[in-house]
Design a protein around this ligand. Structure first.
Ligand SMILES: Nc1nc2c(ncn2[C@@H]2O[C@H](COP(=O)(O)OP(=O)(O)OP(=O)(O)O)[C@@H](O)[C@H]2O)c(=O)[nH]1
Ligand SMILES: [Mg+2]
Length: 442
């Protein structure tokens, strides 16, 4: 093995685990071409699929497709090759063994292809994150969000903001360095601070939808709560369309939190079943109730179930947003003075109101996720970087009494905060803008 692992040629099974119809093995690095020659007998036309026998050690391994992507036009920016073989365990094992025996080749570490793509500037950090989200996406809205991010929507926005900042700073520094230069008008700084203010405004706009975007990545959380026997577990099972939770006529059946991940009209929603609220005597049930309250307090929505034959209002402050839903509406209702009117009536036994309930939840999700798919600040990491940038810009804008050097320094810090989001901090940019815009030194 070579001393520098980044110079190794790496390979890995990139498709799912065998057995499968087809297995895709990827190679990247300086020896990818040599390896492909050894296996296929020749280098195929770049970026065109070629069909033939794949051989190693004088024996046929399989027939399949091979692809050759010479640098730099490849995913990683290095020489890359791809083998599409039959996805049998023994086929994949024989091919991987043959590759491992070739000099300069080794098995890739997790994420190593993408890491190389990043270091070769094929992707920035936000695109790398988008790619990871795309692979993890479980619902349509998550897929659409991840695809935009992977395709560079975040990169374009963050880099756009950063170059506006760099321009502001360049204008200010030019004024500092060349106060008498005719090319630099005196009122430049007014324009700069206006621009800086509007930039911070744009960033705040993106931050405003960032929590929806972050939530879209993780899913919305809906917690089912209510008295024992209110029908919480029955509703969870109906939503999941399987017997996920135990349902019995005994009050206090559920103790642990039971989570179900649902796809509601393309939106990711986690529904949590909980222990029924009451003055419990047992240690286990008390702990269950404590966990239920804790989960409800942090949820996007608490659905408080109140059975028509045993109605009970929700405790005040049980969740940030609480819907009361009447359950068991197939049974005769018992009137209770002061009961909170229900938003909806359902019966798991008859199925009444269930699709209306699902539709209400989907509407709630659509509302909470509004703007999330188009958002570029999709992670806490981005939000922190943008927040930091805004703080530095605000310090620069407000610091009229301070020296211009210090205010320019604030702008540099703001630009660096954005540069860290995309993974590129490059001081050369500053010089380019100064010389490009003012023709100084001509
Ligand atoms: N008639 C009728 N019975 C229901 C309905 N939903 C649930 N039940 C019955 O009510 C009882 C309690 O239901 P569960 O779903 O276990 O109630 P729970 O709220 O999870 O109760 P705990 O886990 O004990 O807090 C069971 O016997 C269910 O069959 C309904 O819509 N109509
Ligand atoms: Mg239950």
């Amino acid at each position: 093995m070579s001393g520098n692992r980044d110079c190794d040629t790496i390979f890995a099974l990139s498709s799912g685990s065998p057995p499968a119809g087809v297995a895709v093995i990827r190679l990247s690095g300086p020896d990818a071409g040599t390896a492909l020659m050894a296996l296929f007998g020749r280098l195929p036309e770049p970026r065109l699929a070629s069909y033939g026998v794949i051989r190693a050690g004088g024996r046929d391994i399989d027939r399949g497709l091979v692809l050759w992507f010479p640098a730099p036009k490849s995913f990683t920016g290095e020489d890359c090759a791809e083998l599409q073989l039959h996805g049998g365990r023994a086929v994949v094992a024989a091919a991987l063994t043959a590759l491992a025996q070739m000099p300069g080749l080794r098995l890739a570490e997790p994420g190593e292809f993408t890491r190389r793509a990043f270091f070769n500037s094929k992707l920035d950090l936000t695109e790398v994150e988008g790619l990871a989200d795309l692979i993890a996406a479980e619902t349509e809205s998550q897929r659409r969000q991840a695809l935009r991010q992977a395709a560079g929507s975040g990169r374009a926005t963050f880099e756009g903001w950063r170059s506006r900042l760099i321009r502001c700073r360049a204008l200010i520094e030019a004024e500092l360095d060349f106060p008498d230069e005719e090319d630099v008008p005196g009122s430049v700084s007014d324009e700069v601070w206006l621009e800086a203010r509007s930039l911070a405004e744009d960033m705040r706009g993106q931050l405003a939808v960032s929590s929806a975007a972050e939530r879209l990545r993780n899913g919305l959380e809906v917690v089912l709560m209510g008295r024992p026997n209110a029908g919480k577990s029955s509703l969870l099972n109906a939503l999941a369309r399987r017997e996920a939770a135990i349902v019995t006529a005994e009050a206090g059946t559920t103790r642990d939190l039971i989570e179900m991940h649902l796809d509601l009209a393309g939106y990711p929603v986690t529904v949590v079943d909980t222990a029924g609220m009451r003055e419990a005597s047992g240690v286990v049930e008390r702990e269950g109730i404590r966990r239920a309250r804790q989960r409800g307090a942090a949820a996007d929505l608490v659905v408080w179930l109140s059975a028509v034959d045993d109605p009970a209002p929700a405790d005040p402050g049980i969740g940030a947003e609480v819907w009361t839903v009447a359950t068991k509406c197939d049974l005769p209702a018992v009137d209770v003075a002061g009961a909170v009117p229900a938003r909806l009536s359902i019966s798991v036994a008859s199925g009444d109101g269930l699709s209306a309930f699902e539709a209400e939840l989907a509407r709630f999700a659509a509302d909470r996720f509004a703007g999330a798919e188009d958002a570029v600040v999709t992670r806490v990491r981005h939000a922190q970087g943008v927040g930091e940038a805004i703080a530095h810009i605000e310090a620069a804008v407000a610091g009229e009494g301070r020296g211009v050097e210090l205010r320019a320094e604030d702008l540099r810090r703001a630009a660096d905060a954005l540069g860290r989001i995309t993974g590129r901090i490059d001081v050369e940019d500053l010089l380019d803008v100064v010389f490009g815009e003012f023709c100084i030194g001509k």
